[in-house]
Design a protein around this ligand. Structure first.
Ligand code: SF4
Length: 422
């Protein structure tokens, strides 16, 4: 069997649940209150020597820490390269390589007609409604807004953003972002959704949140009922590694879906965490099993304090090559580079177009078969002159395809033809 069955990740590698009384563990506000916010307090859960604690404390002066007990419980404390720990724990390279990146690499603030609202694409607007997150992901693009403490955006600022949308009829798609909008009290989120829904030209509301990954208990009944009331709502979340797709996370996604919310995933390609074709393939398969659509695979942005996570663009291409044709089409995300200078998302992929004439396009598939595709209305007459073969023979109609002898599909065909295969 080529396809492997994926299982949901094990939960609670670390015995963190013991710090919760009764049903506290399943209460998102308890998880938020009990976030680990300093390297010093991490000592209670991880084997960290004093030098490492001192290094992390130094990093925290610039880029702070917050980790929910739930998320930390998914880590393997004995693995220094554990993908959960790598995304959550501060490390010295954030400071050492900080000046490689920019505070605002996507120039979001240059496209803000009112503070906190980015209007880049004609029909979409992105609103930053809080700087708080359940966890501060070390690779975050908006490290610049973490500041010293959590702060929801004030009512006056939110009203200014909503007024801008109201007087801009081209905006039909509004993205609530942050920080993490699901860290807002539900009543505050509802207050924003209600006003947006009252604007006739707002067709879609999207919410960017990592809470299904970092504190899935946040997706509670009260929140789901609010989202149901103001739909259609699309949630974009960010699972980066298969270990993050636990039973609790899958159940949170299920609750969203049962309340009419569509769930997409936007992974970030992270060096040493998921920059491996098999890890991304496994992640995408598990996402689909959990009914989440793998939407984007992002090249990690050129952010200050994030350089050590960045891969080369070629790594993303290599990963896409391993997915297309090798797994279910709708489980393949689009690999995008979010361009500098506010140029927006630019899709990048392996090249499948080999050559072209007016009559013929020459394509290659995932197996390496190179095939001619006749253009509409063209009758391919074999030209008199002989070519020396190869792609030019396909263009001239002398050959239909070049097929690798070892293609698994062709081997199956040969075995069937000789009666030795299925
Ligand atoms: S949840 Fe999103 S906004 Fe918050 S730190 Fe992580 S990546 Fe950044």
């Amino acid at each position: 069997m080529e396809e492997q069955q994926e299982t949901l990740g094990s939960q609670c590698e670390l015995p963190l649940k013991s710090i919760a009384k009764h049903d506290e563990w399943d209460n998102w506000q308890w998880q938020m209150r009990k976030r680990i916010v300093s390297a010093a307090s991490l000592q209670n859960y991880l084997h960290l020597d004093s030098r490492r604690i001192a290094e992390m404390t130094l990093v925290e002066e610039r880029f702070r820490t917050a980790i929910t007990p739930y998320y930390l419980s998914l880590a393997n404390p004995d693995d220094p390269n554990d993908p959960i720990l790598r995304q959550a724990l501060p490390e010295t390279r954030e400071l050492q390589m900080a000046d490689y990146g920019k505070a605002d690499p996507l120039s979001e603030e240059d496209d803000m007609p009112v503070p906190g609202l980015t209007h880049r694409y004609e029909d979409r607007a992105l609103l930053v409604v809080t700087n708080a997150c359940a966890m501060f992901c070390r690779h975050c693009t908006r490290k610049r807004i973490w500041h010293a403490s959590d702060a929801n955006v004030g009512e006056t600022s939110i009203s200014k953003m909503i007024n801008y949308i109201r007087r801009t009829p081209s905006i039909r798609d509004v993205i609530l972002s942050g920080g993490d909008p699901f860290t807002l009290p539900t009543w505050r989120l509802e207050h924003i959704l209600k006003r947006l829904r009252a604007i006739p030209h707002v067709e879609i509301i999207r919410i960017g949140t990592r809470t299904p990954v970092t504190v899935p208990m946040r997706i509670d009944k009260e929140l789901c009922e609010v989202l149901d009331r103001y739909g259609p709502i699309w949630v974009n979340t960010q699972f980066n590694h298969p270990n993050e797709i636990t039973e609790e996370a899958a159940a949170a996604v299920d609750r969203l879906i049962r309340h009419g919310v569509c769930v997409n995933n936007q992974s970030v390609l992270l060096r040493g965490i998921n920059d491996d074709p098999e890890i991304i393939k496994s992640l995408c398969r598990k996402l689909v099993r959990a009914k989440v659509r793998p939407y984007y695979l992002f090249q990690c942005d050129q952010v200050e304090g994030v350089e050590h996570f960045r891969t080369r663009v070629s790594k993303g291409i290599e990963i896409m090559e391993s997915l297309r044709g090798h797994t279910t089409g709708f489980s393949i995300p689009t690999f995008v580079v979010d361009g500098p200078e506010g140029t927006g998302k630019i899709p990048v992929m392996p090249n499948y177009l080999i050559s072209q004439s007016e009559q013929m396009s020459v394509l290659r598939n995932y197996e390496g078969v190179i095939v001619g595709y006749r253009e509409s209305g063209e009758r391919i007459e074999t030209q008199n002159h002989r070519t020396s073969g190869g792609v030019s023979a396909i263009l001239s109609g002398q050959m239909s395809a070049i097929t690798p002898y070892e293609s698994r599909r062709m081997i199956r065909r040969r075995l069937r033809a000789t009666g030795t295969g299925l």
